[in-house]
Write a protein that binds this ligand. Sequence first.
Ligand code: AMP
Ligand code: ZN
Length: 112
Amino acid sequence: MSSDCLFCAIVAGDVPSTKLYDDEFTYAFADTNPQAPVHALVVPREHFTDIADLGRDGSAAGRLLAGIRGFAAQEGLTDFRTVFNTGAGVGQSVFHVHAHVLAGRPMGWPPG
Ligand code: AMP
Ligand code: ZN
């Protein structure tokens, strides 16, 4: 746990969240500013800053992907978008790696 990290506090239960899925390594909760009918944030319980930091640990990276898979399977999602923002310059605002999992509306490609 990193002190001063919002998503560590959410994983610990010190800040409330709407739980959508969890497993031994992963916690998923509803984004408070949803951009689609389904908008989950899937995070590792362990603190990593961003996906580049997470990529230093292939096992942890795989466990996060398994959590995304588990959430999608639970919800019966076959079509969903997964976004990792890395760095403030592209919109990362919480520096605990998180996958945005978005679904439930048409989404163009490339994104705007
Ligand atoms: P990013 O901008 O990629 O770092 O994504 C951070 C996301 O966290 C944003 O989509 C916010 O809406 C969301 N968010 C911020 N605070 C909370 C919170 N307390 N509970 C749930 N989602 C949050
Ligand atoms: Zn954290």
